[in-house]
Design a protein around this ligand. Structure first.
Ligand code: SF4
Length: 372
């Protein structure tokens, strides 16, 4: 179950997520009502499935009144008759929301995993990324989360802040700081410039000192080596975990497991009852449409054939360290190994570090070759 809370205090210049800038307090309870309304309307689609995880993403779900999060978690757990303690329940949190009071309220609501948007331990990166928090806020949030009894704390890092010079042969200082902070999980993202963002506009105008692709790749490799040397397992393109701390929620996505997405802009993937295909649904990104409910709530509903679902499963699997079955990849597997992008392990082809770097190109190739 994915639940999207769209409000943020400000719009980051690189952000292409469904976001509503909060002018004053978000409508906490009205949004809770809308999401629980969608929950009740759509739960029958997946009522017989096992619930494994609840993930509150955004936006900035740490802005949502903790009482609303508690109510929603209780409603979902009750609907599926499951003890919240048996689930992975994650909240994405802005460091500045990680106060002892909120930590205690989230824990009491059953939240057991915090994904903290630290992004960097350095002020020059944070300023270049246009973030609303500063260097001290991230480490303080992590310490508070550990002190607040969270089983798993994850930190997000962004590589390639524009205009910040880095020596590509060594990992950015944030990586050592993340390791020293004791977090169980690190998500590493290369900054991508999306066309419909402020950074996209500045890049088109030649007014954004974007890191060259090769330099960004070198930073990614240096970060990979530093994290794996510190005992983290690189288990997905962007994800590193200490042993036994892989994210359940994201791992389910990559294994092609069904998910229900509730809230503004949320995506869902539900297989057909006869096993022959699936439907991908994306909710409207427009708050008014979503709150209005009914048909306007849905922006896209795409039926997928069994072949399309199997293709998606293959390229998703190739984003993970476990790779995909060689037999299912067919000639794509040979192409991966010949190009140094994949390596055979038992009956699977797993991505190399180079394969992780070229994950998007691999996905495109898998789709193309299965069309031929
Ligand atoms: S906090 Fe996250 S979701 Fe909100 S605007 Fe910034 S990047 Fe986007």
């Amino acid at each position: 179950m994915y639940i999207h809370f769209p409000w943020c205090r400000a719009l980051c210049p690189y952000c292409d997520f469904p976001v509503v800038v909060a002018r004053g307090e978000p409508p906490h309870h009205a949004y809770l009502e809308a999401v629980t309304g969608e929950l009740e309307a759509r739960a029958p689609e997946v009522a017989d499935r096992a619930l494994r995880s609840i993930y509150l993403g955004g936006g900035t779900p740490s802005l949502w009144a903790p009482a609303c999060i508690a109510e929603l978690v209780a409603r979902v757990a009750d609907r599926w008759r499951v003890d919240p303690a048996a689930l992975e329940i994650t909240v994405e949190a802005n460091p500045i929301d990680c106060t002892p009071e909120r930590m205690a309220a989230w824990r009491a609501a059953g939240v057991n995993r915090l994904s903290i948007g630290v992004q960097s331990w350095e002020d020059d990166d944070l300023a270049a990324l246009g973030r609303d928090h500063r260097m001290g806020d991230g480490p303080a949030a992590i310490a508070a989360a550990h002190g607040g009894g969270f089983d798993v704390v994850s930190a997000d890092l962004i590589l390639g802040a524009p205009g910040v010079a880095r020596d590509g042969t060594t990992a950015p200082p944030s990586v050592a700081a993340a390791v020293a902070s004791g977090v169980a999980h690190v998500s590493v993202y290369e900054l991508t410039i999306e066309p419909a963002t402020l950074f996209g506009k500045r890049a088109r105008a030649g007014n954004l000192p974007v890191l060259p692709e090769d330099d960004l790749a070198a930073l990614y490799e240096a970060t990979h080596h530093a994290l794996t040397a510190a005992g983290f397992e690189h288990y997905e393109v962007s994800s590193y975990a200490r042993p036994g701390r892989r994210a359940v929620h994201n791992s389910l996505y990559w294994r092609g497991v069904e998910y229900l997405g509730l809230g503004v802009g949320a995506a869902s993937f539900v297989r057909a009852a006869d096993g022959g295909g699936a439907v991908r649904q994306v909710n409207s990104r427009r708050l008014g449409d979503y709150l209005g409910g009914g048909a306007a709530r849905v922006a896209e509903r795409t039926p997928l054939t069994a072949h399309e679902v199997a293709t998606d499963e293959l390229w998703l699997a190739m984003r993970t360290a476990d790779g995909a079955p060689a037999a299912a990849l067919g000639p794509v597997g040979d192409w991966l190994v010949a190009g140094g992008l994949g390596v055979a392990r038992g009956d699977r082809i797993c991505p190399t570090l180079r394969g992780f770097l070229f994950a998007d190109q691999i996905a495109a190739r898998v789709v193309l070759m299965r069309k031929e």
